[in-house]
Design a protein around this ligand. Structure first.
Ligand code: BF8
Ligand code: SF4
Length: 624
């Protein structure tokens, strides 16, 4: 096995890693190595730098200090650190959602040239959930009122956020009893920061219950708003085909990459690259045209809706430039490694930042607002085209051919594929053709051989007749492995294979970006409501085999709080408190009907999940 084969299961990654070495480019894997051994206190979660009486750390062996300067013990420190992770994740998703609320509001005011309402039916459906009287109003009028109602979800006027009502009655009752119903999206994040300030909440269960409330403010709040408004503004995704891996970059085209999370930027870049004048300009500069490709979650957004191909997931972002054919990379926010600008210095790639809240070294800032986005998109695309002539032919290396990938499975598309309701899916579950469903979600992390956790887990689950729903960086892993095309049914168990064959769908479905985990939540709620049970009774599970980000921790928390057993492939920093670790891996079960497991081995994780699903089937009186 070559040294590169130890780092990633993907051919395109292995080959470009070798070239990166030749070109003298340092990658995330090199830097990871230099960080080893990583700090044991931090890994256990027992270091604290919340105030400047510290930093403090608790000795896990019980010989050194057991209290921080203020008197906080390991349980308090671990719980506070975890709660702050969840707050950061919730803030990230929800601030992204807020940007869409702003665009919707500007559309309502007629002040967002280039943006429009693409799914008016959904606009009306969601407005109805907010109790908005739409009679006599046009799309713009409804957009303005809906945006304003959502702004209230972010604030402190309400006793509970609106879309929490999508959860089954039993779950809402449970949350009320536990006092974890989110009241306002920003309020819960702000309260987490308050509670974890020195000298506020110092009872680990109390801290973690509020962390649950904070995570729900994301899952049923900021993220759900992000998904619904992206559908309303850019169109609700429909199934179709696209392509993945570095091979989507084309040697004879101007290649433009979008990276980050906000479709507000990437969709507008999509408009500019389709413009006739821009295409003509590219031809006059010797290219065959302009090729747009995505990275990470904004890539998922435009793949879901426009079938734009995806160049890679988190750990591939630096390597895209090593191909030498990327004229520009346009970033917005989240999961953008600060190293990218440095890597671009080794090639001709131009780097652009677009958000006031996300600036990076060695990148040019071109601020996007709902008002100027169209203009700015054209400016960047034009400059990217002009950059084609600066490409160094000796550095060009596109290592692989792309792989086909099916995408576009919004809830509406899934219901559509099933003929208008979830009943056929429920029947298939009852008949045991589909044993259950699992959301496999999240990132890459250099601690795990890239994509190995995702691919192995998905293969085993589908072989056990378990339907897989993917979001985020998992989509690229599954796509590259050929798991997200209808032909992949051959890798599924007999029951799932039959259902996929009938519907002509893959056994592993792409539901979108990380905010689109809210789609998985909506399906779980709808299934529970249709069957008349709470979510924790359903044969469902979640998995984040290669997670790295605070956002993933938040997602795991709201999935668990919804009643979905969740398996993590990377250990969260909680092992320094026996009590917190015990609560996370079993105690929560008594409260929420779900808890976490940590299992880095995907074979064992698949077994854990399959056992769990069989147990839930038994509970429902279904055949195992
Ligand atoms: O929000 S899966 S590495 S890109 S955090 Fe980031 Fe993780 Fe990818 Fe999307 Ni999600
Ligand atoms: Fe130390 Fe307490 Fe300050 Fe944390 S809050 S740094 S444990 S004194």
């Amino acid at each position: 096995m070559s040294e590169y084969e130890k780092l990633s299961i993907c051919k395109d990654a292995q080959l470009t890693l070798r070239k990166a070495r030749e070109d003298g480019v340092e990658t995330v894997w090199d830097r990871f190595k230099k960080q080893e051994p990583q700090c044991g206190y931090c890994e256990l979660g027992v270091s604290c730098r919340i105030c400047v009486m510290g930093p403090c750390r608790i000795d896990p062996f019980g010989e050194g200090p057991q209290y921080g300067v203020c008197g906080a013990d390991a349980d308090i420190i671990v719980a506070r650190n975890l709660a702050r992770m969840i707050a950061a994740g919730a803030a990230s998703h929800s601030d992204h959602g807020r940007d869409l609320v702003e665009v919707l509001h500007k559309i309502g005011e007629g002040a967002a040239p280039g943006y429009t309402i693409r799914d008016a039916d959904k606009l009306k459906r969601v407005a109805a959930e907010y109790g908005i009287d739409t009679a006599g109003l046009g799309n713009e009028g409804i957009a303005k009122l809906l945006a304003e109602a959502m702004m209230e979800d972010y604030g402190m006027k309400k006793e509970q956020i609106t879309l929490i009502n999508r959860a089954p009655k039993q779950r809402i009752e449970l949350w009320k009893k536990l006092k974890v119903i989110p009241r306002g999206i920003d309020r819960e994040t702000s309260e987490t920061m308050h509670r974890t300030h020195m000298g506020v909440d110092n009872e680990y269960v109390s801290i973690l219950l509020h962390a649950v409330r904070n995570s729900l403010s994301d899952g049923y709040g900021g993220s759900m708003i992000g998904t619904e408004l992206s559908d309303i503004i850019f169109g609700t995704p429909k199934p179709g085909f696209s392509e993945v891996n570095l091979g989507v970059l084309k040697e004879d085209y101007v290649n433009i990459l979008v990276h980050g999370h906000s479709p507000v930027v990437s969709e507008m870049i999509g408009v500019a690259v389709d413009d006739k004048e821009m295409i003509e300009l590219s031809k006059s500069r010797g290219a065959k045209g302009i090729n747009l490709a995505g990275l990470c979650c904004t890539g998922n957004e435009i793949m879901m809706r426009k079938k734009i191909p995806m160049a890679g997931n988190h750990l591939m972002t630096e390597l895209t430039m090593v191909t030498g054919v990327v004229e520009s990379m346009i970033v917005d926010y989240q999961c953008i490694m600060p190293s990218l600008g440095q890597v671009a210095q080794c090639y001709h790639t131009k780097m652009y930042t677009t958000s006031d809240k996300a600036k990076f070294p060695f990148m040019e800032h071109v601020e996007f607002t709902p008002v100027n986005a169209r203009e700015q998109a054209f400016r960047i695309v034009k400059e990217s085209v002009e950059n084609f002539s600066r490409r160094n032919k000796d550095k060009v290396y596109v290592p692989t051919a792309p792989v086909r990938n099916m995408t576009g499975f919004s809830v509406e598309a899934i219901v559509g594929a099933l003929g208008g309701s979830l009943t056929p899916l429920i029947d298939a579950i009852k008949a045991g053709k589909i044993k259950g469903a699992v959301g496999v979600v999240g990132c890459n992390n250099p601690k795990i051989k890239q994509d190995s956790g995702h691919v192995e887990l998905i293969k085993r689950l589908i072989a056990n007749d378990i339907l897989v729903l993917t979001t985020g960086c998992v989509n690229v892993a599954a796509g590259k492995a050929g798991l997200q095309v209808p032909e992949a049914k051959e890798m599924a168990g007999p029951g799932l294979k039959e259902v996929c064959g009938l519907l002509n769908i893959p056994p592993s479905l792409h539901l979108g970006s990380c905010v689109d985990n809210s789609r998985i939540i909506v399906i779980a709620c709808a299934l529970a409501n249709a069957i008349g049970v709470d979510i924790d009774k359903l044969p469902l599970a979640g998995a984040a085999p290669e997670w790295y980000s605070e956002k993933a921790a938040t997602i795991a928390f709201y999935a668990m709080a919804s009643g979905i057993f969740t398996v993590l492939g990377v250990m969260p920093p909680i092992m320094g408190s026996k009590k917190v670790a015990e609560l996370a891996t079993s105690g929560l079960n008594d409260v929420f009907g779900a808890c976490f497991a940590v299992e880095p081995d995907p074979v064992k994780a698949a077994q854990l999940i399959t056992n769990h699903i069989m147990e839930k089937r038994k509970g429902l009186g279904l055949d195992v």
